[in-house]
Structure formats: structure tokens, C-alpha cells
Design a protein around this ligand. Structure first.
Ligand code: HBI
Length: 363
């Protein structure tokens, strides 16, 4: 059996420097993947836009124009590359340096690296970070799955299904956390929490509408990606007791999050996973979430959270009011059972070992 690829060249998301929060959930997934695989003898080199820093990751940063975020585009929006594209520079660097590595792991949710799959001489594994958003992207994701099903992975079944891949034989790799970084808090204060990029696809307005009805305080943490969107929500719900807590690094976020009596999740799109859901569980914080996307596969309804009808503010209100029925210890225990770094490491190793060169030969 050929050995599992150990020297990995990782392509980061080209929409923002790693460590700024603009890379969303991929930042945490990529960081945790590097941590757990390096503990297991892999060596990872990350290619990412200028300004990226996520110690202790070894990051080779590249200058160039960032890619527009896929979620800000429509289904028929043509695939575009800006002049001096950092994504093109990342792919060109990967081509030039591929002989020094056993495999490439791509986290960019972008047409180019998927299209270039057969152009590389070493295997390229794609970690798809979002649900289906654009027809051009769907084509190359589906093509990569057809040609190398084992080399494309998703966080969740729900996410893969948005690409019409209901019977995807490959692996799913839910995110994992270094649970030693998250403290179980059994005695919270009264506030609620909302965590994520502050952008329309995350549906913050519904959470603010809900606390406008329940009278709860809520703190919002995450990168302020769309300030106009935030201002509009504040103007629309002047009575709501909502505070912006900034974008916090993991240590500070978990301390603050653990003090909350519940996390509210309101994604308007099919959240591929929902790292914030498992971060909340790790702190003992139950989750009230729309039954949509990744959180619907993570939360055990009635046990570690409440899943409510998508886009129903009344549903959120009911879930918030039922939070006291849930056990915070059960939340922590679910994180330990299903979302540890070790569990993620096992799935990643299984994924990377699947399509070894010998299997290539027999195709
Ligand atoms: N958009 N074009 C594009 N490419 C990405 O890699 C990308 C994105 N939007 C969001 C994003 N990545 C990350 O926030 C993921 O974690 C979702």
C-alpha cells in the first residue's frame, strides 16, 4: 500500500489574509487540521494572501488582489479573476513547487484550483467550505467529484446535497476543536450570544428581532464584514439590547461565550458546518438554530439545543424560552464525543490515505 501523502501544500482561502476572520470557518478548520496532522508526523506548508499570520502555522504569503467572496455573487455570476490575482499566484506557486510535496490540499472555494485538478502532477484534495452558490463553481466541484470522488470532501451531508451530490461516496469531515482551549462553564450569566461574520447570509436581523420580543440582552462577536448591514439592523430594532463585542481570538471568545446562556444561529444560507455551534457546545452553551445546513446535523434537538423552522423568528423566541430545559453538561459531552481534534485527525488521515498513487494506477 503506497504511503499516505505526508508533505502537504495547503491552498488557503483567497478572500482575505488568514487570521483576520475574513476567511471565516476555513481559518479554524485549516488551523486545526495543521495542528492535528503535524502532531501525527505530517508537514504542512500553507499558501495564503499577504498579511496572513496564524502562528504556529508555516505560511508562505503571496501578494495580489483578493478574490471576491462567492456568497456575494449570484448563481449565474461569471467566474472572474482580478488582475494580479492572488489566487492565480497561489496556483502558479503550487505548480512550480509541486515536486517538493506529496499532495496539495485546497481550501479555496474557487473555480481555478478545482479546474486545475488534472493539470497537477501530484494529487490535489479539495475541502469544499460552503454549500452550492454559483453554477460555474458547481460544474467544477461536480467534475472533481466525478473524476476523483475520494479527493473531494465536505463538512456535512446537507452541504454536499446542495451540489446535487446526495450519494457522494466520499468522506465527510466535520470540524474538530482543540477542546483543551475551551472551558466548560456551568454557571452562565443571562445574556445570549450570536457569533459569526456580520454579513447578510448569516441572518443576524432575525436574532435581533427575536430578542426584541424576549427582552434578552445579546452580544454579537465576529468580524464586522458588512457595517451597513449592522447599522441597518440597529436602526430597524432600536429597542433590542444588542451589543457588538468585536472579533475575538479563540481564548477570549470562549471565555465570553461560556458566560452566555445560549447561542442563537440564524443562517439564511445552507451553512456548510457551523464551527461556532461546536465552540458553544464545548463551553457548555446550548444552541438555538434554524433547522438548516450544518447546525441541523450538529445540534441534538431537545438535548443540546433547539432546532426551529428556518426563518421563523417565533421559533427562535420559543427556543430561547426553552433554553433552561437543556443540560449544559450534555453540550460539553457532545463536543467531547464527536468534535475532538483526535476525531478530526482520524477523518483527515482516512481522507488523505484513500487515493494513494497505486489506486491511481488501477484507474
Ligand atoms: N469566497 N470566492 C471565495 N473563495 C473562498 O475561498 C471563500 C469565499 N467566501 C467565504 C470563504 N471562502 C470562507 O469564509 C469559508 O470559511 C466559508
Amino acid at each position: 500500500m503506497a504511503k499516505t501523502p505526508h508533505k502537504l501544500l495547503v491552498l488557503s482561502t483567497p478572500v482575505g489574509p488568514l487570521g483576520t476572520g475574513l476567511g471565516g470557518g476555513v481559518e479554524l478548520t485549516l488551523f486545526n487540521m495543521a495542528q492535528v496532522l503535524e502532531q501525527r508526523g505530517y508537514s504542512l506548508t500553507v499558501l495564503a494572501p499577504q498579511g496572513s499570520k496564524l502562528p504556529p502555522l508555516a505560511i508562505d504569503t503571496l501578494p495580489g488582489a483578493l478574490q471576491d467572496t462567492a456568497q456575494s455573487q449570484g448563481r449565474q455570476t461569471p467566474i472572474t479573476l482580478p488582475p494580479q490575482s492572488v489566487l492565480a499566484a497561489m496556483c502558479e506557486t503550487a505548480r512550480q513547487r509541486q515536486s517538493q510535496f506529496d499532495a496539495i490540499v485546497n481550501f479555496a472555494y474557487d473555480w481555478l484550483p478545482f479546474f486545475l485538478t488534472p493539470f497537477f502532477e501530484i494529487p490535489i484534495f479539495h475541502f469544499v467550505s460552503m454549500g452550492s452558490l454559483n453554477d460555474g463553481m458547481d460544474e467544477v466541484v461536480q467534475k472533481a467529484v466525478q473524476s476523483h470522488p475520494q479527493r473531494v470532501t465536505f463538512y456535512t451531508r446537507t452541504q454536499a446535497a446542495t451540489f446535487g451530490l446526495d450519494d457522494h461516496q466520499g468522506l465527510y469531515i466535520p470540524s474538530g476543536l482543540d477542546l483543551s482551549l475551551y472551558d466548560f462553564c456551568d454557571r452562565p450569566g443571562t445574556p445570549l450570544a450570536w457569533v459569526g461574520r456580520i454579513a447578510p447570509e448569516k441572518g443576524l436581523e432575525d436574532a435581533v428581532a427575536a430578542i426584541g420580543e424576549t427582552g434578552d440582552e445579546m452580544t454579537v462577536w465576529g468580524v464586522m464584514q458588512c457595517p451597513d448591514y449592522w447599522d441597518e439592523i440597529r436602526q430597524r430594532y432600536p429597542q433590542a439590547k444588542v451589543t457588538y463585542g468585536g472579533f475575538l481570538p479563540t481564548e477570549a471568545l470562549q471565555t465570553a461565550l461560556g458566560q452566555c446562556r445560549g447561542l442563537v444561529m440564524t443562517s439564511k444560507w445552507v451553512e456548510a458546518f457551523g464551527n461556532v455551534a461546536i465552540e458553544a457546545l464545548a463551553c457548555g452553551v446550548p444552541v438555538v438554530s434554524y433547522r438548516r445546513g450544518g447546525p441541523a446535523e450538529i445540534i441534538r434537538d431537545g438535548e443540546t439545543g433547539w432546532l426551529v423552522d428556518p426563518d421563523s423568528v417565533a421559533g427562535l423566541v420559543a427556543g430561547i424560552e426553552k433554553l433552561p430545559q437543556l443540560s449544559r453538561l450534555a453540550c460539553r459531552q457532545q463536543a467531547e464525543a464527536e468534535y475532538s481534534l483526535a476525531a478530526m485527525g482520524d477523518r483527515l488521515e482516512q481522507w488523505l490515505s484513500q487515493s494513494s498513487p497505486t489506486q491511481e494506477l488501477c484507474h
